[in-house]
Write a protein that binds this ligand. Structure first.
Ligand SMILES: *Cc1c(COP(=O)(O)O)cnc(C)c1O
Length: 361
């Protein structure tokens, strides 16, 4: 008999990353993975390059300079921070730390796919609750809590819907959860949000013992390739996660580049301004084409297509890809007839809009 993966593993569907293939000779505009259209902070590029000196040495296992840069920028205690090989790693560490066999993790129907993967890989049971018109439903999450619930994962704002929960809803969610359940707030898109009723999670973490917030350098900081995530949580959670992470989970280039990127406020401001302008424009133009767009506060929009086979998401995806514009199919997220479009460069945004107009004509 062949070795058999433990229970749960074969229930995991392989994660399919955003495509980046277009026909030969066609210029690629990748709008499928919510990556930065402005590249990377020059200071971060320089820092990564200098990390190639001394590659025979192990990196600092606790990523001290990176935690210090994050702590100073956000006004936090570095002891309450942990860094990961992408925030994906931290989401998995949480599942491995808090889920025993049969324990439940709650997330929403259009939630980030990594929650399901992390839960099943840890031997846990995914409990998927319905959203309310593409928005996380606090009531549905609270109703799904059982004696076995150990974790609640919520992305705020959520990917791929782009919707968010205001701070009062987050407080209500936390208040309704028993103290022994860990509330994981995945704030991968926090920097983009321009709403005064939004709070990334710092407040809930600071005031409680059962909340952790995860963040990433993959999106607005333009460092997806180096895989850098971080989390802010109470000491007892950070200490537990530190016990099971790889002792050198952060490589030296990631530590150096992340620290420099965190201190480059001008790059961040430019990225925020670019997104503000184009998120509004892209949304407006798509609506002018007669498409339904879920209102987004992130760096992407979810576009819903008409039901007819000529004009549906699959046909649109083919038409766009043939012309170099690669958006994201979101069937795996429960949206068989929608595409997610990342906010790209001016050229990519305008080109994708023009191509969609042709497609629908
Ligand atoms: C992109 C994304 C992340 C970031 O993952 P990394 O592993 O840090 O690259 C986390 N959560 C959500 C919801 C995302 O869309």
């Amino acid at each position: 008999m062949l070795p058999t993966p433990k229970s749960g593993i074969l229930d995991i569907d392989l994660y399919v990353p955003g495509k980046s293939k277009v026909p030969a000779g066609v210029k690629l505009h990748k709008l499928s993975s919510n990556e930065s259209p402005l590249g990377t902070s020059p200071a971060a590029i320089e820092a990564a390059a200098s990390a190639t000196n001394g590659m025979e040495l192990y990196p600092d296992g606790s990523a001290t300079v990176l935690r210090e840069a994050i702590a100073e920028t956000h006004g936090l205690n570095p002891d309450n921070l942990i860094c990961g090989n992408g925030s994906d790693e931290i989401l998995s560490l949480l599942a491995n730390t808090y889920l025993g066999a049969g324990d439940e993790a709650i997330f929403t129907e259009h939630g980030f796919l990594v929650y399901r993967i992390a839960t099943l890989a840890a031997g846990g049971v995914p409990v998927v609750v319905e959203e309310d018109n593409c928005r996380t439903s606090v009531d549905n999450i609270l109703e799904a809590v059982t004696d076995k619930t150990k974790l609640v994962y919520i992305a705020n704002p959520n990917n791929p819907t782009g919707t968010y929960l205001p701070i009062d809803e987050m407080r209500r969610l936390h208040a309704g959860l028993p103290e022994h359940i860990v509330l994981v707030i995945d704030a991968a898109y926090a920097e983009y949000v321009r709403r005064n009723d939004y709070e990334a999670g710092l407040e809930l973490v600071s005031g409680n013992q059962n909340v952790i917030m995860t963040r990433t350098f993959s999106k607005i900081y333009g460092l997806a390739a180096l895989r850098i995530g971080w989390a802010y949580g109470p000491t007892h959670i950070i200490e537990a996660l530190n016990r099971i992470r790889g002792p050198f989970n952060m490589n030296a280039a990631a530590i150096a580049a992340g620290s420099a990127a965190m201190r480059d406020r001008a790059f961040l401001d430019a990225a925020i301004a670019h997104n503000d302008t184009w998120l509004a424009k892209v949304t407006e133009e798509l609506e002018a084409l007669g498409l339904e767009v879920t209102p987004s506060v992130g760096n992407f929009v979810l576009i819903h297509f008409p039901d007819d086979p000529e004009n549906n998401a699959e046909a649109a995806d083919r038409y766009l890809t043939d012309r170099g514009y690669v958006l994201r199919r979101v069937t795996g997220y429960g949206f068989p007839n929608a595409l997610r479009m990342s906010i790209g460069s001016e050229e990519a945004n305008l080109g994708a809009l023009e191509t969609l107009k042709e497609f629908l004509a």
